[in-house]
Design a protein around this ligand. Structure first.
Ligand SMILES: C[S@@+](CC[C@H](N)C(=O)[O-])C[C@H]1O[C@@H](n2cnc3c(N)ncnc32)[C@H](O)[C@@H]1O
Length: 173
């Protein structure tokens, strides 16, 4: 996947402006795409427990996009980030076995009009590198059970690893 794929996976779920969080941002592949799509009037908090990855993300930032700040934190615990227009979780929810408590936290971070964009491998079969993935159909059922509505697939990208990656939008209200 390259930058164009990252942008394409998120594009339909992002409107310009507003405040977003990227949970499990890593070195920022999707943060950079999100920054481009949200534009210079927007703000993004890039969250990761790996501070080294966040430093790399900071070095990769380019002018012209949303303002990005980094936050070293564990997204399975409450984070002081709220009233968000959107949350991106790209290839990070699959590290969590028990996803419902994390989704409850994400729900509280969002404005009533807010949305969660999930990017994941389209499989329910994990491996040591991707321990707890979830297919789109599994995600839709879990999103519904977690109080999100209107879950829809946005885009897919073929992947040599585990076949395919999808993006999906879920609304808070
Ligand atoms: C596979 S990387 C994905 C990075 C980026 N989102 C992407 O798709 O390129 C997963 C990232 O999630 C982070 N992560 C996993 N569990 C986390 C947690 N509980 N709290 C914060 N970060 C977490 C890891 O440190 C890692 O940087």
């Amino acid at each position: 996947m390259d930058h164009a794929d990252h942008v394409r996976l998120l594009r339909e779920g992002v409107t310009r402006g507003g405040t977003w969080a990227d949970l499990g941002a890593g070195t920022g592949a999707f943060t950079l795409a999100l920054a481009e799509l949200v534009g210079p009037s927007g703000e993004i908090v890039a969250v990761d427990r790996d501070r080294g990855a966040l430093h790399e993300l900071e070095r990769a930032l380019r002018p012209g996009g949303a303002t990005v700040r980094t936050l070293g934190a564990d997204f399975t615990k409450p984070i002081a980030v709220n009233s968000l227009d959107g949350v991106v979780m790209a290839n990070s929810l699959h590290f969590v076995r028990d996803k419902s408590p994390v989704l409850a936290l994400v729900h509280t971070m969002l404005k009533p009009s807010g949305r969660l964009l999930l990017v994941e491998y389209d499989t329910d079969n994990g491996n040591p590198y991707v321990p707890h993935p979830l297919s789109f159909e599994t995600w839709r059922a879990l999103a519904d059970a977690s109080g999100f509505t209107g879950t829809r697939k946005l885009a897919t990208v073929p992947s040599r690893f585990l076949g395919r990656i999808y993006s999906a939008e879920s609304l808070r209200a």
